[in-house]
Every structure is written in structure tokens, then in C-alpha cells.
Design a protein around this ligand. Structure first.
Ligand code: BGC
Length: 773
């Protein structure tokens, strides 16, 4: 019942029963996209409770002054209304005799096979297929095959473009032209209300009987925000009618359409539509599958050798979604916390990018990682605005960001407060400040692993220096002569208005240290660049400040029992019995008993806080300190953010607890591709999916970049016999093959040696090296 992972070895995520109570699960986990657009997998036929979403990356719009900007839910092209011999096709009526919906990760296609008996007893077989092209960013393709099982039939089918969609009631678009071209291509224009982005949709039906193309005359219908065609087709007994519906979407935000007026964009879109229609579903699917292979499956596959194929499925599922969600085509865009798979988090970008998603791309597709960090550089004006608004200097990155010049876009009000009966205020946009150091860290990590000097010269140094400038202005003089960071939210969002959150302070200190180092280095060896940055940022005045402040910033130290206080008061707060919440089915159950104010005063954490610092600043803390803090904080952590488990998994492995690491990996993997039917309703978990890759490669593979050096210290779980993956490092592509006994590292590029350590010994590889473990 429900989800079916039994075909994991065939790259298939499936559901084997239609579950109208849990439509959100497959809509999200089977969403399809290419980073430009993403379509949720709502069934072709309408179902109450469905969430039919289509998002185009970067097309943010603000509905009104009381709301924050969000990705608007664009017109729908996926819905088909079917009548079989006059009876409306709905799985909520009649009898579903067999049912299977499968997402094929390899080619990105979903196929839903249904044998349905109508309430009058007449039986039909329907096969619904669809994909979003990885080759043509604008294309969505659908195919439906209908076979009558009890004699001949008549099919009524209606579909088109429906601009009546909204985001939770907010209508982001005004309606533009509707038109039918050549009797077959339907075109619909819609324009966002505030950001003024034009969307041009085209959609076209075509028909074939037993594979032979067949002309059908449709009846065109135009209504408010709708254009559709209605067809009636007779299907003889024993025959199969195949209906194709090919659709494209173009927008005026597309980089390659900049400067075009609407008429020119319409023409361009129509030309793209005609080209796709000339090829047809099967040829388009073949070229898309080829693009998937070239980009991912033949390029950077991760192979897990294990008796149970689920782990392999989980990592492929994670990779699939990483490419569906990431707008690699445009550096003015970034990854949303729910990718492009749902309305959750409004398409906004968080620290999830640098801490979770970015490492995947640094090591798998560095050019995409660069694009994600260029987005941060392009967003500097918004970061300056935020800093100035708070009376700070330099660049303060927004906790949530959308379009590059939007600045802070975190909503101010959230879920109900069960005590006051009012909405809870969301403080992250005001005081969750560690994001600024996280961004700097991401840029630095990218540079360390790639050596991309061009990026550093254009963007990287500036990002690190400008954020260093922010922190210098942010520090507060304490009575103890130390510099503090008061009144923040750390990664553990269950604690608000805390002072000296350890993660924030250590990361701020790291940021200032790097800024000072780079400033001095540039002055000494890159005078031209130094001068340009000095003029922009005032480095000459900043250097002595950085030096002084770095020596005085307060860094919480381990107590006698080696526990580092997460913030100034955490360790003094009351402990409550957390068993109930530790055993919860769905996250956030503590909010059913306590409000935010009460939770702030208990020793309970939402997610990894201190612990994630041990990953980023690994060599600043001893193994004993890490262990002591794990033992203290993990029992108090509810893992109520999906980001938490993968961090814990990697650390458990670092601490030598492979069994625990493996069980945490399994839990992390099951957040989206698991049995729970409620977890993915608002969208998949972008950071957590990237965290699956990190658990595999950084955790079990033991890969880490430490101060610019590559380390590979594998420790595979007992359930695996081998692990195989690829890493990009300074322009060289490495193939890493691991077993319990040995690590084999092959330099596929072989134009320069790559230096790395295994268990403390240094190696250089220009061809292939085998290291016994
Ligand atoms: C987490 C944040 C995260 C955000 C978006 C929140 O629940 O606490 O750390 O950035 O979700 O994924």
C-alpha cells in the first residue's frame, strides 16, 4: 500500500495504490523539472485536495504589501478532463482494478498505468506518461494512451492552458492574449502583477490510433483565464488511441530573451513549440534522457554496492532532484529550500545553499557551484541595504532571499501560537545572522576545492571582505572587554534572542580571520586588485580593526565536561522529558504543547547547531570535545529540521560510530523517499537531499576539504561492500572506488597531480593509486 520502492534496482520510485488522502507525496517526490521550470506531479485528472503547481525559477512576484515576494504558481498545462463513454474519469468513482505510478529516475519520465472500471462496469486501460525535458528547458511533454477493454468506446478529452491558478489564494498574474494558431497551437499570455514578467505558454494536442497519426478536429474554448480544446474520438475495440500534449513556457525573465518585446517573445515561443511538435513525445524523451545521462548518470554517478538496493535508490533520487531544482542556466537565480517542487518557503533561498547544496555541485559540477555563488555576489546590493537598515556596515546577507536585488524576504508572521492564539513572529529575517558567514564560507570552500582564481578576483574576495566588514561592525563591546554578538537566532531556531550563539560567533570569527588574511595577501601580492577593493570597501581602515576585534571576539569554550554552551543561557535552562517528541511521527510536534516563547526557555534544540560547526571548522576542535557535545546535545535535539540528520550522520561516522551513522543515513534518506506520506506535502527538502549525498561522500566516503587540502578517510557501513563516486578537484576529475579493504583513486583528467591524504599519509595521483586501508 502506498509508496513502492521494490523496483529500486531499476531506478524506480513508485506508488502502487492511488491514495487520494495523500496526493502531496507523489506530487512532490515525483515532480519533474530542469532547473528552469518544475511541474509538480498532480495527476492529469482533477482530484480534490491536489496542489497543481508549475514554477519557473527566478520569476518572483510580490502580491501585495502585506506579503513577501514568492515564486508565482504559473498557468497549468497538465490537467486533462476525460470522459469515457460519457462517464467522467475519476479514480474516486468506479473501481481501480490495477494501478501503478512510477518515476524513472534515469530518464525523468513518470508513467501511470491504470485499469479502471467505470461505475457502469465498463473497463478501460489508461497509461499517462510525462516528462520535463532536460535538453529543452522550456518543454513539458505529456502522453496518454487509452484502450477500451470491453468493446469500442468514445473518448472526450479537454485540456489547454489554465491561468486560474494561485498561491494559497494570491493571484499573481493578469491575463493577457489568448489565441489559437493554425487550428492547433493554443497560446496564452500572463503577466505578473508587480514584477511585470510576461509568461508565454503554448500547448498542442496530437493523436494517433495504434501508432498511426490521426487528424482530429478540436473545438476551441476560451473563458476567463482559460484557453482549451475539446475533442471527441471514437476508439474501436482492440485499438489504442494515443494523445500527445506538448507544452512550452517562455518568460521575459529568460536571459536569452532580454530586450525582446512581447510580440517577439510570442514568436520565439511559437517557433520553439513548432520545433518540439515536429519531433514528438518519443524523440523528445530520447533526447532528454541523453541529456540526463550526459549531465549526471554517465558523468558523476554514485554507485553503492549493497544487498539492499534502497540506498542506491536514495542517492540517485537525491541526484535527480538536485538537477530538477537547481537553476544552473542563470546566475541571477539560486536554489529554493523546497527546490521548485512546492509552495513551501515560497521559492526562497536560505543557508541551505552553502551548507548543504553547494558542496554537491563543488565536487560534481563546479560550474554550477560557481553560478550559485555568483548569485550571492550579484545580491550584494540587497545585502548592503540590509546592513545599512540595521545600522551596520558591509554586506549582511538576507536570511531568505529571492530575486537578486530584493534584499530580505523572510515573512514576518508564521504558524499559530497555541498560547496567545496569535500568529508567531518569525525572527529569522531580523536576527538569524549566521547566514552572512555561511555565504562567505561557501565562496571560500568553492575556491579551495576548485582553485577558480577568476571567480575569486571577480566575486570571491569581495564576498569575504565585505562580509568581514559586516561582522566587524556587528560585534558589541562587553563589560568583560570581550566582543559579543547578542540577540540572535542560531541554527537552532528553537532559541530566539540568545547571546553568543557559539556557531554564530565562531563563524563570524572565521569570516573576519579570512577577510584579514586575504586583505593582507592582496596588498602584498595583488596591488591592483587590492586597490580596487580598498576603494570600494575601505580595507586600509578595516585591517587594524579586524586584527583588534579578532583578538577580542568571545568564543565560548568547552566547560570542564568539554561541553560548549550553545549560547549564553542554554545550559542553565530547564530540561523536560522529550521522549514523546523524540518518537514523533511528524516534525514540530512540540509546538502542539508549547509555544515558541516556552520552547526558548527549555534545553531542547530543533537541529544541529554546535554540531554543524564541528563539520565546518573540523580541526578547531578535538575528538573528545566533539564526542562530549554530541552526547550532550543529540539527546536534546528533535531533528525538526530535515537538515539535521545528515549532519549528525557525518559526525557519527567521524566519531567512529558507523552503525549509528548508517541508521542516521537511513532516516535522512527516508525524509522524502520513505514511507511517511505527509513529509513532502509542501515540497521536497532540498538541503536534506543534498545532505544524503554528503552523508555518502563526506560521511562514509570520508571526503573533506581541510584548509585547502583534500582528505579521503573512508569508513563504509557494514551493509555496503563498496562505494564509487567522482570528485572534481582543482580542474581534475577523480574517480574514487572504495571497499572495506582499499581505496582506489584514478585521476581521469590527468593533466596535473592531485594531492590528498588517506589516514594521514599524503599521496599524489596523476593516473591511478590504490591505498590499502
Ligand atoms: C530550518 C532552517 C532552514 C529552513 C529552510 C528551517 O526549518 O530550521 O535551518 O534553513 O528550514 O530549509
Amino acid at each position: 500500500m502506498g509508496m513502492d520502492y521494490s523496483r529500486a534496482a531499476d531506478w524506480i520510485v513508485a506508488e502502487n495504490t492511488f491514495d487520494p488522502e495523500h496526493l502531496g507525496k507523489c506530487e512532490s517526490v515525483m515532480c519533474q523539472g530542469n532547473g528552469y521550470l518544475c511541474l509538480r506531479n498532480a495527476t492529469d485528472e482533477f482530484n480534490p485536495g491536489e496542489q497543481r503547481d508549475l514554477f519557473v525559477a527566478g520569476t518572483f512576484n510580490k502580491f501585495d504589501d502585506n506579503e513577501v515576494t514568492e515564486l508565482p504558481n504559473a498557468a497549468d498545462i497538465s490537467r486533462l478532463d476525460l470522459r469515457l463513454d460519457g462517464v467522467r474519469f475519476s479514480l474516486l468513482t468506479g473501481k481501480v482494478e490495477s494501478y501503478d505510478r512510477a518515476l524513472h529516475l534515469k530518464n525523468g519520465e513518470t508513467v501511470r498505468r491504470v485499469v479502471w472500471a467505470a461505475p457502469n462496469g465498463k473497463r478501460y486501460q489508461l497509461v499517462f506518461s510525462r516528462f520535463v525535458s532536460m535538453e529543452r528547458l522550456h518543454l513539458i511533454a505529456q502522453k496518454l494512451s487509452v484502450t477500451p477493454l470491453d468493446g469500442a468506446m468514445t473518448l472526450d478529452i479537454a485540456g489547454g492552458i489554465n491561468g486560474q491558478m494561485n498561491n494559497g489564494g494570491s493571484q499573481h498574474f493578469s491575463e493577457g492574449d489568448k489565441r489559437l494558431f493554425e487550428g492547433r497551437h493554443m497560446q496564452y499570455i500572463q503577466t505578473t502583477g508587480q514584477s511585470n514578467i510576461d509568461f508565454v505558454f503554448n500547448t498542442t494536442f496530437s493523436f494517433a490510433m495504434d501508432g498511426v497519426p490521426q487528424e482530429e478536429k478540436g473545438f476551441i474554448v476560451m473563458d476567463r483565464r482559460i484557453i482549451k480544446q475539446e475533442y471527441q474520438v471514437a476508439i474501436p475495440a482492440g485499438k489504442t488511441l494515443t494523445v500527445q500534449k506538448l507544452s512550452t513556457v517562455y518568460t521575459s525573465r529568460d536571459r536569452d530573451s532580454e530586450g525582446l518585446d512581447l510580440a517577439a517573445l510570442q514568436n520565439k515561443a511559437l517557433a520553439g513549440q513548432e520545433e518540439a511538435c515536429a519531433l514528438g513525445y518519443d524523440a523528445l524523451l530520447a533526447e532528454s534522457a541523453k541529456a540526463w545521462a550526459a549531465k549526471v548518470w554517465d558523468n558523476v554517478p554514485v554507485t553503492i554496492h549493497a544487498a539492499d538496493p534502497f540506498d542506491q535508490l536514495a542517492i540517485r533520487f537525491a541526484q535527480y532532484h538536485l538537477y530538477v531544482m537547481t537553476p544552473a542556466h542563470d546566475n541571477r537565480m539560486n536554489v529554493g529550500a523546497k527546490g521548485l517542487s512546492g509552495e513551501g518557503y515560497k521559492g526562497h533561498t536560505f543557508w541551505d545553499t552553502e551548507m548543504f547544496v553547494l558542496p554537491y555541485f563543488i565536487y560534481s559540477a563546479p560550474e554550477i557551484a560557481r553560478s550559485l555563488e555568483e548569485y550571492r555576489w550579484l545580491s550584494l546590493p540587497g545585502a548592503h541595504k540590509k546592513a545599512a537598515g540595521n545600522h551596520y556596515e558591509g554586506a549582511q546577507f538576507p536570511w531568505e532571499s529571492a530575486w537578486i536585488d530584493d534584499g530580505e524576504v523572510t515573512p514576518v508572521w508564521g504558524a499559530a501560537d497555541i498560547v496567545t492564539g496569535l500568529p508567531t513572529k518569525i525572527w529569522s529575517g531580523f536576527i538569524e545572522q549566521h547566514i552572512t558567514a555561511d555565504v562567505a564560507y561557501g565562496a571560500w570552500e568553492y575556491y579551495q576545492a576548485t582553485g577558480d582564481q577568476d571567480f575569486m578576483d571577480r566575486c570571491g574576495y569581495e564576498l569575504i571582505l565585505d562580509t568581514g566588514k559586516f561582522w566587524a561592525s556587528r560585534l558589541e563591546e562587553g563589560q568583560d572587554g570581550k566582543l559579543h554578538i547578542n540577540d540572535v537566532v542560531g541554527p537552532d531556531e528553537y532559541k530566539e534572542h540568545v547571546d553568543d550563539n557559539a556557531f554564530t560567533n565562531y563563524m563570524a570569527a572565521w569570516n573576519i580571520r579570512k577577510a584579514l588574511e586575504y586583505s593582507r595577501m592582496l596588498k602584498a601580492s595583488r596591488p591592483d586588485l587590492y586597490q580596487a577593493l580598498d576603494t570600494k570597501l575601505g580595507l586600509t581602515a578595516l585591517e587594524p580593526q579586524w586584527e583588534d576585534k579578532l583578538s577580542r571576539i568571545y568564543l565560548p569554550q568547552p566547560r570542564e565536561d568539554l561541553v560548549i554552551p550553545q549560547d549564553r543561557t542554554y545550559l542553565t535552562l530547564k530540561d523536560i522529558d522529550l521522549t514523546k517528541y523524540k518518537n514523533q511521527q511528524n516534525v514540530g510536534s512540540i509546538y502542539r504543547d508549547y509555544n515558541q516563547e516556552q520552547i526558548t526557555h527549555m534545553q531542547v534544540s530543533k537541529q544541529a547547531d554546535i554540531l554543524i560547526m564541528f563539520l565546518l571548522l573540523e580541526d578547531e576542535f578535538s575528538a573528545e570535545v566533539k564526542r562530549a557535545n554530541w552526547s550532550y546535545y543529540e539527546p536534546r535535539t528533535l531533528h525538526d529540521s530535515s537538515l539535521s540528520l545528515s549532519t549528525h550522520c557525518i559526525l557519527a561516522n567521524d566519531m567512529g560510530n558507523r552503525d549509528l551513522a548508517y541508521s542516521l543515513f537511513r532516516s535522512a534518506a527516508a525524509i522524502d523517499v520513505g514511507p511517511n506520506m505527509k513529509t513532502s506535502d509542501a515540497g521536497i527538502h532540498a538541503g536534506s537531499l543534498a545532505g544524503i549525498w554528503q552523508s555518502v561522500v563526506f560521511g562514509f566516503g570520508g571526503v573533506r576539504m581541510l584548509d585547502g587540502k583534500l582528505r579521503i578517510d573512508p569508513a563504509l557501513p557494514d551493509a555496503w561492500t563498496g562505494l564509487d563516486f567522482f570528485l572534481h578537484w582543482h580542474g581534475q576529475k577523480l574517480h574514487v572506488t572504495l571497499t572495506h579493504q582499499a581505496a582506489e583513486i584514478q585521476n581521469l583528467t590527468a593533466t596535473a597531480p592531485v594531492t590528498f591524504t588517506v589516514r594521514g599519509t599524503e599521496y599524489h595521483v596523476q593516473d591511478t593509486i590504490r591505498v590499502e586501508l
